[in-house]
Design a protein around this ligand. Structure first.
Ligand code: NDP
Length: 334
């Protein structure tokens, strides 16, 4: 079987691609350029024969995926901007997120009837009520949707706009299935912050993907104080990859969404762990001077993913340790 994986150059996609290759699938990755294809090819060098590429320069363009979907057996759509500093929300976030998603579904419906399952990488941002604060005692489930509209997002900060881009894209995907009744089913995977070792190639430590940079700043000397925690949950990228594979393979997951989360964390806890476990980073990792207990914040219910996909999650501490180790290694070679 050949699986089309969009956004092949990304942090999460690199792990998704690797897992599908390891599981015996052939992978066709979409990239924007030949340069990008070369980097992805190097990332998965030992699977050269099973990896090919389709060039999709602009995922928001009409018909962007029409050629890419031809001849594949399944599709994983990960490509979407994950940036938290957009200025033009429509151009940088909403158009690529929403049009990219609808266009890949439409391309499959019109050009490849043999695809039976499409997995879409959504986000906990499509579930979270971002403006509601800590919400003590609240437990999010797949029944929740981020209530912010595109109009409201236009007057809000870029973080809110990113979360809304994911919300609009996921809603558009389910609406497509409902109104167009394609012969495939979709599954959406909704992780909170995704951390873990980096597989993908990137230009420099100043151009890390957003969630890896989020950890790097904790110990590279750029944070003088422990940053305020904004999102209180995270998950390992290797488990996110597993969730995509299971979502692809599980027939009963048809047209379902799944929260994929290992549990709660805060930057205070992360800084404490880094300082305790990496003595060489004590000088560049801010100290948590507040000694406040972990606040009573919302939680994420992952029962559905555990029961229906049969997934288990790596402990957060292990994810953090592996992320820091990976970033330290990369720092040496870039
Ligand atoms: P990356 O930035 O590493 O990857 C994003 C990928 O999408 C890249 O391949 C990028 O291509 C591609 N892409 C973005 N915008 C466009 C565009 N306009 N046209 C073509 N390709 C585009 O981020 P992640 O791996 O972290 O994110 C992957 C997915 O996971 C996204 O859908 C994101 O929303 C979601 N997600 C991520 C989380 C995290 O913490 N990392 C948490 C929850 C969800 P290029 O390299 O050419 O720019």
């Amino acid at each position: 079987q050949t699986i089309l994986i969009s956004g092949a150059s990304g942090f999460i996609a690199s792990h998704v691609i690797r897992l599908f290759l390891e599981s015996g699938f052939k992978v066709r990755g979409t990239v924007r350029s030949e340069v990008s294809a070369k980097i992805v090819r190097e990332t998965h060098a030992e699977y050269a024969d099973a990896l090919s590429f389709a060039f999709v320069k602009d995922i928001s363009a009409p018909g962007a995926f029409d050629e890419a979907v031809k001849g594949v057996d399944g599709v994983i759509h990960t490509a979407s901007p994950f940036i938290l500093d957009a200025e033009d929300y429509d151009k940088e976030l909403f158009n690529p997120a929403v049009n990219g998603t609808v266009s890949i579904l439409k391309a499959v419906k019109e050009h490849n009837p043999s695809v039976k399952r499409i997995v879409v990488t959504s986000s906990f941002g499509a579930i979270l009520d971002y403006t509601a604060g800590h919400q003590p005692g609240y437990i999010y489930t797949e029944a929740d949707w981020n209530p912010m509209t595109a109009n409201e997002a236009h007057g809000a900060d870029p973080v809110a706009a990113y979360l809304v881009s994911k919300t609009l894209a996921e809603k558009a995907a389910f609406e497509f299935v409902e109104t167009q009744k394609p012969s495939f089913s979709i599954v959406t995977v909704a992780p909170p912050l995704v951390y873990g070792p980096l597989l993908h190639g990137y230009e420099s430590m100043s151009k890390l993907n957003t969630s890896s940079a989020d950890i790097y700043r904790l110990f590279n000397g750029s944070s003088k104080e422990v940053p305020d925690t904004v999102f209180w949950a995270c998950v390992d990228v290797r488990d996110v990859a597993k969730a995509h594979l299971l979502a692809y393979q599980t027939p009963t997951a048809a047209n379902q969404r799944y929260i994929i989360s290992a549990g709660s964390f805060s930057y205070q806890i992360f800084c404490n762990i880094i300082r305790a476990r990496f003595p060489e980073l004590v000088a560049t990792t801010p100290e948590d001077k507040s000694s406040l207990p972990f606040p009573d914040v919302y939680k994420l219910d992952t029962t559905k993913a555990k029961n229906e996909l049969g997934i288990a999650f790596r402990p957060i501490k292990e994810t953090l340790m592996d992320t820091v180790t990976s970033l330290k290694e990369l720092e040496k070679i870039t």
